[in-house]
Every structure is written in structure tokens, then in C-alpha cells.
Design a protein around this ligand. Structure first.
Ligand SMILES: Nc1ncnc2c1ncn2[C@@H]1O[C@H](COP(=O)(O)OP(=O)(O)OP(=O)(O)O)[C@@H](O)[C@H]1O
Ligand SMILES: [Mg+2]
Length: 282
């Protein structure tokens, strides 16, 4: 990580906030918060429902506009860009969602091509990228199929191919495996780890599944009440003892693979099995 750490961060949120008032008059959403994610890192965001995870993620590509603070992605303060500049910057920020968000009346290849088409990319370049990215996610033979004929895991692979096609620097993932079964979740985590390794894409991933965070991420930010309350290095796949996260997990009976609904609780499996790391740190 030393080479990566010395370069400028891929994502920097400086004192950003995005506040809403709930029906009881309380301020919710994201309270003034800062986050710096180095290039090449896979960074997790975990927290209870309503902690502000999705709002924070959506601030990074300005799907949510902050009411204060700066959002700097690869050196550009997105809040200061013109509409055209922001459109351009967003092409380098891919996003995947829990429910895939594919267009069902378009083929897999057309879905993957869509963001590049919207950006007015050269058709030959689009064809090339669609092929490369479908190959990458292992779905080259499904190019002409419609999404309705794919499994959930295959749909999420298409969504990953679509996000990667414009060669993003940053990939935002909001609960990308929450709609998938444990085995498919593991497959998908492998795809994301490979994307990080092969393309160097920085990944910011929201999940409430500790196993997902533990297997994939180098660091994790813990959110509560709209703030990042703790940031932990989990590059060895272990949650530091004494951390707030460890105590939450212990309270909820979910520390470690034996107690969690982990997709990989096989008795002969060494723990932690943090397959993303060799890849990401190679
Ligand atoms: N557009 C909005 N209008 C009003 N309140 C909102 C809006 N978006 C989010 N909130 C509120 O902000 C808080 C944080 O929401 P957010 O969706 O970021 O939480 P989360 O951590 O992603 O939760 P979950 O794990 O359930 O997805 C919640 O109280 C939510 O009701
Ligand atoms: Mg959410």
C-alpha cells in the first residue's frame, strides 16, 4: 500500500453533510463527516439501518448534493464543477445497487453499453469495452440475452460490467450482495476483488453484512447517527478487539464466522479467508 498511500486520495469527503429532518423533528442523514479513501483501496461502510450509509455513498457522485463541505474525487471538487464537468466526472465513477437496476427491454450488451452511449463514446470503443467487460464478469455468451432470463448473480455481474465499461476510477456499491444467496455473494465478492486488482479501481462499498466487509475490504468506516464513529484497518480480515464494531458484533452474536451466517463456514476452511487481499495488495 505504500505506493498507493503516497498518491492523492481517490475520494475525499471534507466536512460534508446532507441533513434531513425526520417526522419527529430530529436531524438525520449525514452530519458533518470526513472520509479519505486512498487510490486502490476497498473501503467498507457499515452501520445500522438509517445510519446514513447510502446517503454518504450517494454524496460521492453527487446523487445527493451536500448542504455543506467538499466532495473531491481524483482531485476534482465535484461541488464546484459545471453541469457538463460533473457529467464528465461521473463517467469515472461507476455505481452498482442492491437491485441491479438493469433495463429489462434491452439486451445484456445494450445494458452494459448504455452509460458509454449516453456519454457519446465512439461505437467501436463501446463494442470493445462491452466485450472486455462481459468477458471479465464471465458472461460473454449472454450478450444477446435479456436480463429477465438471468439469475440474480448474473444480473449483478451485468451491472458490474456496465459500471466498469467506462473505465471508472471509483466504483460505488450500495448493498451489492444483499439480494443474493451466500454462494452467489462469494462469487460476486471475487468479481469485485478482481476488478480492484486488475483495473486498480477504488471501491467504496456499503453493506450491513459483516462477512462481506470482512472478506473484501481493507478498511471499514463504522457509521452511527450520520457520523463516521470509527475507522478500522481490517486488511488481515480481523476486527480489532476492543473496537466499537467488535462490541456491536459481540452484542448481536455475530463476531467471527462460527457465529455469523457466513457463506464460508466450512469446517476445513481456514479463517479468516480473506481472498481479496492477496489480490488487492499484490
Ligand atoms: N430523501 C430523503 N428525505 C428524507 N429523509 C431521508 C432521505 N434520504 C435519507 N433520509 C433519512 O436519512 C437517514 C439515513 O438514511 P440512509 O438511507 O442513508 O441510511 P442507511 O444507513 O443507508 O440505511 P439502510 O441500512 O436502511 O439502507 C434515515 O433516517 C433516512 O430516513
Ligand atoms: Mg442504505
Amino acid at each position: 500500500m505504500s505506493k498507493l498511500a503516497s498518491s492523492r486520495p481517490a475520494i475525499e469527503l471534507r466536512n460534508v453533510s446532507r441533513r434531513y429532518t425526520d417526522p419527529g423533528g430530529r436531524s438525520v442523514g449525514v452530519q458533518p463527516t470526513s472520509l479519505s479513501v486512498p487510490q486502490g483501496e476497498i473501503h467498507g461502510i457499515i452501520g445500522f439501518s438509517g445510519a446514513g450509509k447510502s446517503t454518504l455513498l450517494r454524496l460521492v457522485n453527487l446523487l445527493e448534493r451536500p448542504d455543506a463541505g467538499e466532495v473531491i474525487v481524483h482531485g476534482d471538487d465535484l461541488t464546484r464543477l459545471s453541469a457538463a464537468g460533473l457529467r464528465q466526472a461521473r463517467h469515472r465513477i461507476g455505481m452498482i445497487f442492491q437491485h441491479f437496476n438493469l433495463l429489462h427491454n434491452q439486451t445484456v450488451a445494450d445494458n452494459v453499453a448504455l452509460p458509454m452511449r449516453i456519454a457519446g463514446a465512439d461505437p467501436a470503443r463501446i463494442r470493445e469495452r462491452v466485450q472486455v467487460c462481459l468477458d471479465f464478469v464471465g458472461l460473454a455468451e449472454k450478450a444477446d440475452v435479456y436480463p429477465g432470463r438471468l439469475s440474480g448473480g448474473q444480473k449483478q455481474r451485468v451491472a458490474i460490467a456496465r459500471a466498469l465499461a467506462p473505465e471508472p476510477h471509483v466504483l460505488l456499491a450500495d448493498e451489492p450482495t444483499s439480494a443474493l444467496d451466500p454462494r452467489t455473494t462469494l462469487d460476486l465478492l471475487g468479481v469485485l476483488a478482481n476488478a480492484n486488482r486488475q483495473f486498480g479501481v477504488t471501491i467504496l462499498l456499503v453493506s450491513h453484512e459483516m462477512e462481506v466487509i470482512r472478506r473484501l475490504c481493507h478498511r471499514v468506516s463504522v457509521m452511527e447517527g450520520g457520523h463516521i464513529v470509527e475507522q478500522l484497518d481490517i486488511a488481515d480480515g480481523r476486527i480489532p478487539e476492543g473496537s466499537q464494531l467488535a462490541s456491536w458484533l459481540s452484542d448481536f452474536g455475530a463476531v467471527g464466522p462460527a457465529a455469523s451466517p457466513s457463506p464460508a463456514t466450512d469446517a476445513d476452511e481456514p479463517t479468516p479467508r480473506h481472498f481479496a487481499l492477496e489480490a488487492a495488495h499484490a
